[in-house]
Design a protein around this ligand. Structure first.
Ligand SMILES: C[S@@+](CC[C@H](N)C(=O)[O-])C[C@H]1O[C@@H](n2cnc3c(N)ncnc32)[C@H](O)[C@@H]1O
Length: 365
């Protein structure tokens, strides 16, 4: 899944366009390739360039990251490139900015490459998981960067393309993979995990109070026939929860789908590794902004940022010890939320929580 497999040259993976002169390789986003592109010369992918995903809290993200991007040749990482909405706005706002865009979904890379093509050599797009950031930065020759943006979760195209199986509102194969090269699918999880494992996932990742009832019914139903469609799973969840609850709080399958998506894509584990890597990569004055969409993500973000923004030594030391001083300061007060006007325009922004921090010193060993 988005690793750096050996390329045809026997090297540690294929790079496309590194150094700025290699033309676009149409195989680059194909199975097994790691992709790096400069020039944004992709023409495929059918990108309706600007359409499809409305970037969330865009102005605020630009405000928060802007002060870190004023130096000529500043480098920003968009660790969840998606359709490149935030990336495009950053590139437009900072004319000498170089942007490294990462996404584990090859389709997202294809589409944003087309959208960002006008920025030519100023972009490097990489098909990878965000926790591969250190390797991406090493290979792109930018060990330290000035800004990192995470815009977590799924993109609108992933939700809207029915056949990807992310949406409980449409009947589709039980897939839910962001990276369609990976093996684990929601179908595999639903049909092979034990009742105990399913219960844990639904409880932890979906915060589903009827986790064991749903897991129990999944296990019973799959004995009759494998569960292969989102529609059948929705019916099972609906049947597993009490009738009174069914009538309140939207689609009862919402939490189950969130839980399965998190499990299939290893989302929290990837985030737990990616956040410290991003913080480590920031130069002094560099800034990180993270948009999270559910409490589990936001909790990890809060913990990672707060841990770096507080003194680590005993509170009663007479003289501050450099090694104990925080290396970051928080630049948002708690988590910021989108305004009502944005939510009215873009309901998918409703659950967003934005946190940001700035590196104020190098860590002292
Ligand atoms: C909410 S969308 C980003 C939208 C983007 N900011 C825009 O304005 O178009 C999230 C994207 O992150 C990608 N993604 C999710 N988890 C990832 C991970 N761990 N590593 C890399 N990409 C990831 C998804 O494939 C999806 O395309």
């Amino acid at each position: 899944m988005g690793t750096w497999p050996d390329g045809p040259d026997g090297g540690p993976g294929q790079q496309v366009g590194i150094g700025g002169s290699t033309p676009h390789d149409p195989r680059a986003a194909a199975k097994g390739d790691s992709v790096m592109r400069e020039n944004g010369t992709v023409t495929g992918g059918g990108a309706s360039t600007a359409g499809g995903h409305v970037p969330v809290m865009l102005e605020r993200v630009l405000d928060l990251l802007g002060p870190a991007l004023t130096r000529p040749g500043a480098v920003a990482v968009d660790a969840n490139l998606g359709l490149g909405g935030h990336a495009e706005a950053l590139l437009a706002a900072h004319p000498s900015l170089h942007l490294i865009g990462i996404d584990r979904d090859a389709t997202a890379i294809e589409r944003s490459a087309a959208r960002l093509a006008p920025y030519g050599e100023r972009i490097t797009l990489v098909h990878a998981v965000s926790d591969e950031l250190p390797e991406v930065l090493r290979r792109t020759g930018h060990p330290r960067v000035d800004a990192v943006l995470f815009d977590l979760g799924v993109s609108s195209p992933q939700l809207d393309e029915t056949e990807r199986g992310f949406a409980y509102a449409h009947d589709a194969p039980l897939d839910m993979r962001m990276d369609r090269d990976q093996e684990l699918t929601a179908e595999h999880v639903v049909n092979t995990y034990s009742a105990g494992e399913l219960t844990r996932i639904l409880r932890e990742y979906g915060e589903e109070r009827f986790a064991s009832r749903i897991a129990g019914l999944i296990v019973r139903e799959r004995r009759k026939a494998a569960i292969t469609s989102t529609g059948r799973l929705v019916d099972i969840v609906r049947a597993a929860i009490p009738a009174a609850t069914r009538r309140t709080g939207g689609n009862p399958a919402k939490r189950t789908f969130q839980a399965l998506r998190i499990e299939v894509n290893g989302e929290l584990a990837a985030l737990e590794r990616a956040l410290p890597a991003a913080l480590d990569a920031l130069a002094v004055g560099g800034r990180i902004a993270v948009l999270a969409y559910h409490s589990l993500e936001d909790r990890l973000v809060k913990q990672a940022l707060v841990a770096r923004a507080k003194e680590t030594g005993p509170p009663d030391l007479p003289i501050p010890i450099p090694a104990h001083q925080p290396s970051f300061r928080l630049i948002t007060r708690g988590a910021e939320l989108p305004g009502e006007e944005e939510i009215a325009r873009n309901p998918r922004a409703a659950s967003a929580r934005l946190r940001a921090a700035e590196r104020i010193r190098e860590p002292v060993d």
